[in-house]
Design a protein around this ligand. Structure first.
Ligand SMILES: [Zn+2]
Length: 225
């Protein structure tokens, strides 16, 4: 039998509710009075349903969830897959020249190294677009940042900062351009009204293509690299 790991969130609710999140974590929302053993029973009675949710291949891309950082693995960057080469020779960080190269000694911390590299590239690519679109629209933002977000590609904060999920840099440039313009247009039009799309279409003329790509491939941006 499969072993299920789940988080329990107690609240004043009356019934038990199980959800499988997009990162495949299982959340069990339970009434406060319910014992853990009873919760466990209820969860296991639903295991078939949970199993199906967990196995859903399109929404939960099992293959690309974890990288081992071994030679031959591919990492996605700007819409393309690049191979990784792990070599004995020492390299300080990451080398990128039509393939990614790291040294064997850095393998254990490859995840952190790549995250740092992707975040740097993301900011480098996103900032000029944000500046250009903001100027075109006549809007001002405080700061442009990249960060770790789970289910969103970008957002603007009340302090007028625009923040992007660093993983959007895995997508083709046309998608990055669309996502950046999308957030900035929200500074003048908060809702997705026809006016919003009109303004956006001028700043990101290929936005329909970008949306199509996201619809088909968006789930690939939910995992690292
Ligand atoms: Zn929006």
């Amino acid at each position: 039998m499969m072993r299920l790991q789940y988080d329990i969130k107690y609240s004043n609710r009356k019934t038990l509710n199980i959800t499988v999140e997009r990162d495949r974590s299982i959340i069990v929302r339970a009434p406060r009075h319910l014992s853990e053993s009873r919760i466990n029973e209820l969860v296991y009675s639903k295991r078939q349903w949970i199993k199906e949710k967990l196995a859903h291949s399109q929404k939960y891309p099992i293959d690309s969830e974890y990288k081992e950082f071994v030679s031959g693995e591919t990492l996605m960057y700007l819409g393309k897959n690049y191979q990784l080469l792990v070599q004995d020779e020492e390299i300080e960080h990451i080398l990128f020249e039509q393939q990614f190269i790291i040294s064997k000694s850095n393998q254990p911390k490859a995840n952190a190294l790549f995250k740092e590299w992707y975040k740097q590239q993301a900011l480098k690519k996103i900032e000029p677009i944000a500046k250009r679109v903001a100027k075109n629209l006549g809007v001002e933002y405080n700061e442009c940042k990249v960060s770790e977000m789970k289910y969103r590609w970008g957002s603007c904060t009340p302090a007028n900062n625009i923040i992007f999920n660093w993983r959007i840099i895995k997508a083709p440039m046309v998608v990055v351009e669309y996502l950046v313009a999308h957030e900035l247009v929200h500074l003048i039009e908060p809702n997705h009204t026809p006016r919003f799309w009109n303004i956006l279409s001028i700043q990101a003329p290929n936005y329909e293509r970008a949306k199509g790509w996201l619809k088909k491939n968006g789930y690939r941006l939910e995992v690292d690299f």
